[in-house]
Design a protein around this ligand. Structure first.
Ligand code: KG4
Ligand code: ZN
Length: 343
């Protein structure tokens, strides 16, 4: 006999598992008591010499750490595995090998517990997390999803309905931060490293280009090349290059996001994904949106990057809102468009 289907009306304890890239993220979320515990582990030092995440090394780290992290999670929450009502994991998009670790652990646990096992969309989990921290946020809204692998502007009329207004044609915003940080030998992940260095920097006499494609699409690969050419040709202070690069990336994101608010006529913007932790981005959005009475919502900074809380919470929200279909096939979808949630 299969597991009993869950309804959003009874209190639920949800175990969330995130392994789409190099972070092993676990969380226990209770639908009435909130986040009971979370664990996060990553090993950037294993990837540093290669200049980016090596999928096979990330998969091995997940395998090594996921079970000890799980045991520790239940200890911290002071509850037992038997109390879990459903297991949720990241089904995609992400690295096939790392996703498989999460899917296998989630399916195994759910099978042992005879409970449902739901496969979540990574970007949907990012963009629903701000709902956990406010009861003011309501649909419809525009979402700016800015992570290491994705840059997308979406129209969100309701939870589970996502219409893509624009996306990157090449590098994602986080990828641009990471690649420019690599050029400046600032380490990985590049976003926080550039943001820290930029605090000591000032504007260059000749700014970097602001790549603006027509409509809502983005392109960041030319900016990376412009930075490379400029630092090869001129002696520039690293802090000033970091400052200018951050200005260029955030200017483009802010311009497109505010244009999307104007086009849709919506007054609410949700910014999610690792780059939404960027303070300069938040500052610029506040400056532009506050006078127009637009509201901007984020997850708390430490939860902007990948974590297990977003997977567990998005599951709870989808169950309770009733309009979020959840898949329970136990499989993975490394390439999974947000507009194709039902397959
Ligand atoms: O969402 P995330 O953890 O992983 C993906 O789903 O890709 O995003 C990671 C990305 C990295 O590219 C990282 O450099 C960037 O988010 N990031 C930041 C900041 N913190 C993380 N970028 C700019 N400023 C930050 N403070
Ligand atoms: Zn992410």
């Amino acid at each position: 006999m299969g597991p009993t289907p869950l309804s959003g009306e009874t209190p639920l304890l949800i175990l969330g598992i995130e392994t789409s890239c190099d972070d092993t993220g676990l969380a226990l979320y209770h639908s009435t008591r909130g986040v009971l515990a979370q664990n996060l582990s990553s090993h950037p030092e294993h990837h540093a010499i290669y200049g980016g995440i090596v999928p096979e090394l990330a998969s091995r780290d997940h395998i090594r750490h996921i079970m000890p992290l799980l045991r520790n999670l239940f200890q911290k929450a002071n509850c037992s595995l038997a109390q879990v009502h459903c297991v949720a994991y990241t089904r995609g998009p992400g690295l096939a090998g790392t996703l498989l670790v999460g899917a296998a652990v989630a399916s195994g646990l759910a099978w042992a517990l005879r409970c449902p096992c739901y496969g979540l969309h990574h970007l949907e989990a990012h963009l629903l997390l701000p709902f956990l921290y406010t009861n003011q946020l309501e649909c419809p809204f525009v979402a700016l999803l800015v992570s290491g692998g994705h840059t997308e502007l979406l129209r969100v009329p309701a939870i589970g309905q996502y219409e893509i207004l624009g996306a990157t044609r090449d590098d994602a915003a986080g990828e641009a931060f990471d690649k420019i940080a690599q050029l400046l030998t600032l380490g990985c992940p590049g976003g926080p490293a550039i943001a820290a260095k930029a605090r000591e920097g000032r504007a260059l006499p000749v700014p970097f280009p602001r790549p603006l494609l027509p409509g809502f699409d983005f392109s960041f690969s030319g900016l990376k090349t412009a930075v490379r050419v400029r630092i090869e040709q001129q002696t520039l202070r690293t802090a000033d290059v970091a400052y200018e690069a951050q200005e260029a990336i955030t200017d483009v994101l802010v311009y497109k996001a505010t244009q999307a608010l104007q086009k849709t006529g919506y007054h609410t913007l949700v910014v999610a994904g690792g780059v939404s932790a960027n303070e300069r981005l938040r500052q610029k959005l506040a400056q532009l949106c506050e006078p127009k009475q637009h509201r901007v919502y984020y997850a708390p900074t430490p939860l902007c990057t990948d974590n297990g809380v977003m997977v567990a919470f998005a599951t709870a929200l989808k169950l309770s809102s009733g309009n979020g279909l959840l898949t329970d096939r136990g499989d993975i979808r490394p390439h999974w468009p947000l507009t194709d949630l039902h397959h």
